[in-house]
Design a protein around this ligand. Sequence first.
Ligand SMILES: CC(C)(COP(=O)(O)OP(=O)(O)OC[C@H]1O[C@@H](n2cnc3c(N)ncnc32)[C@H](O)[C@@H]1OP(=O)(O)O)[C@@H](O)C(=O)NCCC(=O)NCCS
Length: 178
Amino acid sequence: MPDPLHIRPATSADAGPLAALAARTFRDAFADDNAADDMEAYVRDAFSLDRVRAELADDANMFLLAFTDGADQPTGYAKIRAGTADSSVTGPDPVELERLYVNRNAIRQGVGAALMQASLDAARSAGRRTLWLGVWERNARAISFYERWGFEAVGDHVFRLGSDDQTDLIMERPVPGP
Ligand SMILES: CC(C)(COP(=O)(O)OP(=O)(O)OC[C@H]1O[C@@H](n2cnc3c(N)ncnc32)[C@H](O)[C@@H]1OP(=O)(O)O)[C@@H](O)C(=O)NCCC(=O)NCCS
């Protein structure tokens, strides 16, 4: 049985652990399939302490942190961002699930599912009716996870990793009503 999980929104006090978790999980997920220079350039920019602090202070973002019982460091996180939706998104009142990452040693233990459910709940509480995301077309594990959660591909867009242009699938699903 997986350990009990606790999920809560991140605050400014979480910037350090969140930046470390975000950098580590991104490298773990993609370092094997990408040039080291591209990876380091992206991680340095996207997950610096200053950048994470600024994102935590921005009301457009909500970060959710998952903790296993008794742990003081988060084992996974989701980032929901209220911004302009990709042009291929068709559902009403969209909000983006911009990041969903789980520590390598906790994958396939239900942490992703708990963060997904919490993200849907947060989207509903914010009055949103569509949850959308972009996922690297070569990230088969994440795509199958999202499909099991009812997401459907509706388009694609280019995502720049360092100097490399990559194709992300755009997926969306309705946010369940109350
Ligand atoms: C995609 C990701 C967030 C999913 O998180 P996760 O914690 O592994 O998700 P879960 O454990 O809830 O579910 C994953 C699978 O494990 C299965 N599973 C869940 N608990 C399980 C258990 N106790 N025993 C066996 N299998 C289990 C689920 O059925 C699920 O199957 P599916 O992928 O076919 O739907 C995670 O794999 C991850 O962080 N990947 C690397 C980063 C990444 O690619 N993020 C997405 C970027 S867009």
